[in-house]
Write a protein that binds this ligand. Structure first.
Ligand code: NI
Length: 152
C-alpha cells in the first residue's frame, strides 16, 4: 500500500464525472488499498477515487462503524432529512452546513464485482451521499444551506 496525494479544490478534475469500473483486477485492488491508507492517514471518513486523481467510480468509507468499498455505487432509497456540518479532504479547513437524507440504501459492487446493498443512517448516510456526489463532480460546497466558515 502507498499513500497518494489528495487533490485539492481548484483542480478541475474534481468537477469531472468519474467512469464506471469494468475491470476488477489488481490495479483496482491497489487503488482501493491506497485510498484506504490515504483516508486513514488524513483522518477522513470517506474518500473518492477522483480525490486521488483517478476518474473511476470507486469510494472508500469508514465512519467508525465499518470499512466499506463501494464500486459503481447507486443510491436506491432515501428517507428523511438531516441538517449537519460537512467537510472534505479536498477542501482542508472548510466546513459548511448541508441537508442530506437521514437514511439511504446504496447498491454497489465490491472489489470482486459482486453487487451488495448497504443501508446507512446519520453520518454514514451523509458520507454515502457526499462520496457519491464526488463521482459526479459535485462538492459539498455546491449543496450548502449556509455560508462556509473558516476554522483552525
Ligand atoms: Ni469529499
Amino acid at each position: 500500500m502507498a499513500l497518494r496525494n489528495i487533490v485539492k479544490v481548484g483542480d478541475p478534475i474534481l468537477g469531472k464525472k468519474s467512469r464506471e469500473v469494468v475491470k476488477f483486477d489488481q490495479r483496482l485492488f491497489t487503488l482501493l488499498d491506497d485510498m484506504k491508507e490515504t483516508m486513514i492517514k488524513a483522518d477522513g471518513v470517506g474518500l473518492a477515487a477522483v480525490q486521488v486523481g483517478v476518474l473511476k467510480r470507486a469510494v472508500v468509507i469508514d465512519c467508525g462503524e465499518r470499512y466499506l468499498e463501494l464500486i459503481n455505487p447507486v443510491i436506491t432509497f432515501e428517507e428523511g432529512e438531516q441538517e449537519g456540518r460537512e467537510g472534505c479532504l479536498s477542501l482542508p479547513g472548510e466546513y459548511g452546513t448541508t441537508v442530506r437524507p437521514q437514511k439511504v440504501k446504496v447498491k454497489a459492487q465490491n472489489r470482486n464485482g459482486k453487487w451488495c446493498v448497504y443501508s446507512g443512517e446519520g453520518l454514514e448516510a451523509r458520507c454515502f451521499c457526499h462520496e457519491i456526489d464526488h463521482l459526479d463532480g459535485i462538492l459539498f460546497t455546491q449543496r450548502l444551506v449556509q455560508e462556509p466558515k473558516e476554522e483552525n
